[in-house]
Design a protein around this ligand. Structure first.
Ligand SMILES: [Mg+2]
Length: 219
């Protein structure tokens, strides 16, 4: 039986909703567009609606491309990372899993690995992981391919992997390509429908629920 659990960070462990909306609002205000209310933005994002559907003010392709450039420049800026919070119940769940003898390896497609480590320290969970794999690359290929490659760089002692927990289709597709069980959480950046569309092995509410399904994953 595998003893390593790979975990995506943004979504399953970290609640990024306030950061995403703050970056979104700032960009829109700078181009004189009034942003949609938080709930409209976040639910649209979770349903994987096109950005110009959520914000008709981004319908012009040149405006949308400027938005995307600004987004990449800002989304991992420390002044926005300050808005992130640990998902409710995530820290005790991580602790419990380690207590049960699992190795926990974070695998994230963040671009700015220094800022990531700074943030994990700030949130008090850096020590919760046996290994932190940070891509530093979100551009050179599709997300699931980058995540697969990232996990393939894991040290030998983590090669007994069992599953990959994440909150988007990227995580589910990467898990499948790696031959790992895929577990999708519903408290991140996707709602049930887009996740169900890529058929993860398990869909759970949050990391706290992972503890209760492990006996079924480990058979
Ligand atoms: Mg994520």
């Amino acid at each position: 039986m595998g003893k390593t659990i790979f975990l995506d960070l943004d979504g399953p462990v970290i609640d990024v909703s306030r950061r995403y909306y703050a970056v979104h609002s700032e960009i829109l205000k700078d181009i004189d567009v009034t942003p949609a209310p938080y709930a409209v933005y976040w639910e649209g994002k979770r349903k994987r609606q096109a950005l110009d559907q959520i914000e008709p003010g981004l319908a012009d392709p040149s405006v949308l491309s400027r938005y995307r450039v600004r987004w990449l420049e800002s989304i991992e800026d420390r002044r926005f990372l300050y808005l992130d919070q640990i998902q409710q119940g995530a820290a005790p769940a991580l602790q419990h899993l380690r207590g049960e003898g699992f190795q926990l390896a974070a695998a994230t497609l963040r671009q700015q690995c220094d800022n990531l480590l700074w943030e994990l320290e700030r949130l008090g969970v850096r020590g919760a992981f046996d290994e932190i794999l940070c891509s530093g690359d979100t551009q050179s290929a599709e997300g699931w391919i980058l995540k697969r490659r990232l996990i393939e760089t894991a040290p030998q002692r983590l090669r007994d992997a069992l599953l990959l927990v994440g909150d988007t289709e990227v995580d589910v597709l990467a898990a499948r390509a790696l031959g790992l069980a895929s577990v999708a959480v519903l408290n991140g950046i996707r709602s049930r429908d887009p996740l169900a569309g890529v058929s993860p092995d398990f869909i759970i509410r949050d990391l706290a629920e992972l503890v209760s399904i492990l006996p079924r994953v480990c058979v």
